[in-house]
Ligand binder design. Structure first.
Ligand code: NAD
Ligand code: GLY
Length: 372
C-alpha cells in the first residue's frame, strides 16, 4: 500500500491526525468500526507476519475480529497476556519475544498492540527490542490509550524500583482508534481517561477546555459525536507536542501536568488502588493550587478547574491519609528532576502551561494543604 493510499480516510466518519516526525511520521485514524477495516490503515509487506498482542479482558471482545480483518493481507497470530499494570514487567516482554521467534516473525513483520496503555507500552517495547526493532501499530481500546498513550512512541515496562523505568522510544507506523471499543470500557476506566482529555485543554487549548466544561453531560453519557471531537482534538494537541519534542527534552514535559503529584498519590496508595487518571485528576487540582500560590492563577480559575473535574466524577484531592514526607520522596525521584531540582508543570492560565523549578515555599504549602 502506498503512502497516498493511506493518506485519505475512505469516508467522512473517520478522522485523521498526522504526527509529523519526518521519516518516522505516521497517521492516527479515529472512527467507528475501525477494527474490521484495520487492514486499510496498516502498511504491510504482502504475506508478512503480524503478532497481535492483547490481554485476557480485551481479547474476547476484539482479538478475533482484528485477526480476521488483518488476515486478508498478512499472516496474523494472537498473543494473549494477563490483564493489569502488575503484569507490565520484563516477564511479559520475554513472553512476546518467545512468541515472535516461535512464529518466525522477520524484520518485515509487525507487532500490533490491541488494548489499553498497558498493552500498548509492553507491545511497543517488545517491537522496539525484537531483532533491534520491528514495525509496530497501535489499536488502542481505552480512552486513555486513544488520547494519550498510543501516540508519541513512549514504550516500556515497570521495574520493581520504579514505574516505566525501562523502555525505549519507538514510534508506531500507525494508530487505529476504533471509537466503538469505548462502549465496552468499564465506567471507572472511561472516566479516568477524561482526566487526560482535560489536561490537553488546560495545557494548550482554552477553547477546547471551555467546550469540555460545557459538555460534561455528553462526556459522561459517551455521546459518539462528542467523543469523536475529544479524540481528534486531544490527538492533535499531543501530535503537535510530540512533533516539536519527540525525545522529551523540552515542551513534551507539559503533557505531565498533574502527573508528579499523581505519581506520589499512586505510589503511596499502591499502584492499582486508584487508576492513573484518577490520580492525575487530583494531581491537576494540586498543580492548579501551586500555580495559584505562585501568582499565576486566581482562586476563581482554580475553582472552575476543580468543578469540572468533580462534575465528571473524578477526585479533586488525594485521600487525606497520604504522608507529606513520603510524597516528597517519591516526587524527588521524578524523571523531570534536573540537577537535583524538581521541575513542576504549572498553569500560567487555562490553555497555557509552563515548566518551572519547584519553589519550596509554594510547593510545601500545597503539600501541606493536601497531604498529612
Ligand atoms: P489498561 O491498559 O490497564 O486498561 C484498563 C482496563 O481496561 C484493563 O483492565 C483493560 O484490560 C481494560 N480494557 C481495555 N480496553 C477495553 C475495552 N475496550 N473494553 C473493556 N475493557 C477494556 O489502562 P490504561 O488506562 O489504558 O493505560 C494505563 C497505562 O498506560 C499505564 O501503564 C501508564 O503508565 C501507561 N501510559 C503510557 C503513556 C505513554 O505515553 N506511553 C501515556 C499515559 C499512560
Ligand atoms: N504521556 C506523556 C508523554 O507521552 O510524553
Amino acid at each position: 500500500m502506498t503512502d497516498q493510499e493511506l493518506a485519505t480516510p475512505p469516508d467522512s466518519s473517520i478522522d485523521r491526525v498526522d504526527v509529523d516526525l519526518g521519516e518516522r511520521a505516521y497517521p492516527i485514524y479515529a472512527g467507528p468500526g475501525m477494527i474490521d477495516r484495520a487492514a486499510d490503515f496498516i502498511k504491510m509487506a504482502p504475506d508478512s507476519r503480524v503478532l497481535i498482542v492483547t490481554n485476557t479482558v480485551v481479547a474476547p471482545f476484539y482479538a478475533e475480529r482484528l485477526k480476521t480483518a488483518l488476515s486478508c493481507v498478512c499472516r496474523a497470530d494472537i498473543q494473549v497476556l494477563p490483564d493489569g499494570e502488575a503484569f507490565k514487567q520484563m516477564a511479559a516482554l520475554e513472553t512476546i519475544h518467545t512468541r515472535l521467534l516461535a512464529t518466525g516473525l522477520g524484520r518485515d513483520g509487525m507487532v500490533v498492540a490491541l488494548g489499553g496503555g498497558v498493552i500498548g507500552d509492553i507491545a511497543g517495547f517488545a517491537a522496539a527490542t525484537y531483532q533491534r526493532g520491528v514495525g509496530f501499530c497501535q489499536v488502542p481500546t481505552t480512552l486513555l490509550a486513544q488520547v494519550d498513550s498510543s501516540v508519541g512512541g513512549k514504550t516500556g515496562v515497570n521495574h520493581p524500583l520504579g514505574k516505566n523505568m525501562v523502555g525505549a522510544f519507538h514510534q508506531p507506523r500507525s494508530v487505529i482508534a476504533d471509537l466503538e471499543t469505548l462502549d465496552t470500557l468499564p465506567e471507572r476506566e472511561y472516566v479516568a481517561g477524561l482526566a487526560e482529555v482535560l489536561k490537553y485543554g488546560l495545557i494548550g487549548d482554552r477553547v477546547f477546555f471551555d467546550w469540555l466544561a460545557a459538555s460534561t453531560d455528553a462526556l459522561i453519557s459517551r455521546d459518539r459525536q462528542t467523543l469523536r471531537k475529544v479524540v481528534k482534538c486531544s490527538c492533535q494537541t499531543k501530535a503537535d507536542i510530540v512533533a516539536a519534542d519527540e525525545y522529551d527534552t523540552g515542551q513534551r514535559a507539559l503533557l505531565n501536568l498533574g502527573h508528579t503529584f499523581g505519581h506520589a498519590i499512586e505510589a503511596q496508595l499502591g499502584y492499582g488502588a486508584w487508576l492513573h487518571g484518577e490520580a492525575v485528576a487530583a494531581g491537576i487540582c494540586m498543580a492548579a493550587d501551586v500555580s495559584m500560590r505562585l501568582g499565576f492563577l486566581d482562586a476563581h480559575t482554580c475553582s472552575l478547574i476543580e468543578r469540572v473535574i468533580d462534575t465528571l466524577g473524578l477526585p479533586t484531592a488525594p485521600p487525606r491519609h497520604i504522608g507529606r514526607r513520603r510524597a516528597r520522596d517519591v516526587m524527588a525521584r521524578d524523571k523531570k528532576t534536573t540537577g537535583g531540582q524538581l521541575q513542576l508543570i504549572v498553569l500560567r492560565s487555562i490553555g497555557e502551561a509552563a515548566v518551572v523549578p519547584a519553589e519550596d515555599s509554594a510547593l510545601e504549602a500545597t503539600l501541606a494543604r493536601y497531604f498529612d
